[in-house]
Design a protein around this ligand. Sequence first.
Ligand code: PGA
Length: 251
Amino acid sequence: MRRKIVAGNWKLNTTLQEGIKLASSVNDLVAKGLPENVDVIVAPPFTHLAGIKKVLTEKIGLAAQNCAAEPSGALTGEVSASMIRSAGAEYVIIGHSERRIYFNESDLEVAGKVKLALENDLKPIFCCGEKLHEREKLIYTEVIKKQLEYGLFDLDEEKLKNVIIAYEPVWAIGTGKNATSEQAQEMHQYIRHLVEEKYSTRTAEEQVILYGGSCKPSNAPELFANKDVDGGLIGGASLSAKDFYGIINSF
Ligand code: PGA
């Protein structure tokens, strides 16, 4: 049985002190109990990683929101995969649409980051998702296929096992307009089918695929009830420990 995952992406929010408070609140709620087979991850800003690592129990995983495309060097302001690992994180979000759109990250750059993450013992949370006009033009499956082929499918099967895929339609992120349960299931099934085509049925069955985009306690039960939806990557709602825990308990 595939593990379920609920990951909170805090984006550019919280000071260190606020972040530690939020992480502690999530800790306290998670200590009350977790649904069976569910893993919880939080992804605070880089500056908070080491500090938050100290307050998290082993029940909660730690992720960075991005990593540099190079291992080291003269790249002022960048943070490498090895630095992230040394701060105590086990995961890193890669290829989030906000990175692709606002920071012009290409599929090629994303693919390089995935490899660097894996080389540094970090599990990538690989994001893919189509824009609104691509959905309206009905080319969304092609868009996702290309993102996966260029960004991920260069990996060998063993390496892919350490990757979590997050399907996040850009039009649903931060808009309050989530994908319907049917839309999410259709795309998750499609992504699993692509993994099967490229690798194997077994790997496809084991592949964790998260949904992201305006997921909240009120819509999570319906979204997570789909057989190919293995949890969520949560933005806005992860900034409230109560809402985040509500989503976790949607399973
Ligand atoms: P949202 O963000 O939940 O605020 O829509 C999701 C994400 O960007 O991962």
